[in-house]
Design a protein around this ligand. Structure first.
Ligand SMILES: Cc1cc2nc3c(=O)[nH]c(=O)nc-3n(C[C@H](O)[C@H](O)[C@H](O)COP(=O)(O)OP(=O)(O)OC[C@H]3O[C@@H](n4cnc5c(N)ncnc54)[C@H](O)[C@@H]3O)c2cc1C
Length: 231
């Protein structure tokens, strides 16, 4: 928990340093900082509740409120998935890939960037799971770069915090998205389509009522089903 806080503090320090140096925030580093700080805030709040047992769950203690409030950080000001797919697209897209490369270079971590690019180059960049994976590689890669730059984390636990980020990167790599065959993608699309049809006919909720969320399907081609939510 302490190490995660250390990583986020270092990334925030690096973001602030760039604002001072360049007169404007670096949006890529800011997005990565938002992802890690909100995801890890939720994780640490959850661990705090677990550590304190019943006292952590009891509404009379501040931890219960922190746990509840931490949940919204992963949604507002940009849901994690939106930020990650944006970062992934920026890493891969021709229009923005130099900006990301420059950012890594300015932190003295060009090899970290090169490794991320090499890893995703064989994957299908139009696949949402690939974009999110590339977003995580960028986020944790930037955290690694900031910690190895040394100047943003002054405390005794900076080395252990860097080790934590390396371990997170290693775990992430074990979950790299597989290359799906054309047939597998068609099968997945059919499964999703069947699920959505079922959901559309069974949703009975005061929040998602039929007249609020109506699922409309457009079939352009038997093998290409486009789904659209219309209000
Ligand atoms: C307490 C609170 C205060 C708020 N204050 C403000 C405010 O002051 N100003 C303001 O403008 N807004 C505000 N909002 C709205 C906030 O910006 C939105 O809740 C937020 O942008 C997420 O949009 P959404 O709730 O419509 O979720 P959706 O966009 O429906 O997202 C739901 C989920 O779908 C997935 N998803 C969505 N888009 C993508 C994508 N592109 N790729 C992959 N997955 C995706 C994610 O898992 C996401 O969590 C506030 C919300 C809350 C709860």
């Amino acid at each position: 928990m302490v190490l995660r806080r250390e990583v986020v503090k270092a990334m925030l320090g690096a973001s602030c340093r760039l604002v001072s140096a360049q007169g404007a925030p670096n949006v890529h580093l800011a997005s990565a900082t938002k992802v890690l700080s909100s995801e890890w805030c939720g994780l640490v709040a959850d661990q705090c509740v677990q550590l304190l047992g019943g006292r952590g769950y009891d509404e009379g203690t501040p931890v219960a409120k922190i746990y509840r409030d931490a949940r919204i950080l992963r949604i507002f000001e940009g849901p994690t998935e939106t930020l990650l797919s944006h970062l992934g697209r920026c890493l891969l897209s021709r229009a923005t890939r130099d900006e990301i490369a420059d950012l890594f270079r300015s932190l003295g971590a060009a090899p970290v960037h090169a490794a991320a690019i090499e890893e995703v180059s064989a994957l299908n960049e139009t696949d949402g799971a690939v974009l999110i994976y590339a977003g995580w590689l960028t986020t944790l890669g930037l955290a690694q770069a900031v910690l190895s730059a040394g100047c943003f984390a002054a405390s005794d636990c900076a080395t252990a915090a860097a080790d934590l980020v390396s371990a997170e990167l290693a775990t992430l790599r074990t979950r790299a998205p597989a290359q799906l065959s054309f047939e597998s993608r068609i099968r997945a699309r059919r499964t999703l389509n069947a699920f959505l049809q079922d959901a559309a006919s069974s949703i009975r909720s005061p929040v998602i009522a039929d007249n609020y969320l109506k699922l409309v399907q457009y079939v352009r081609h038997p093998s290409h089903v486009n789904l659209k939510f219309a209000t």
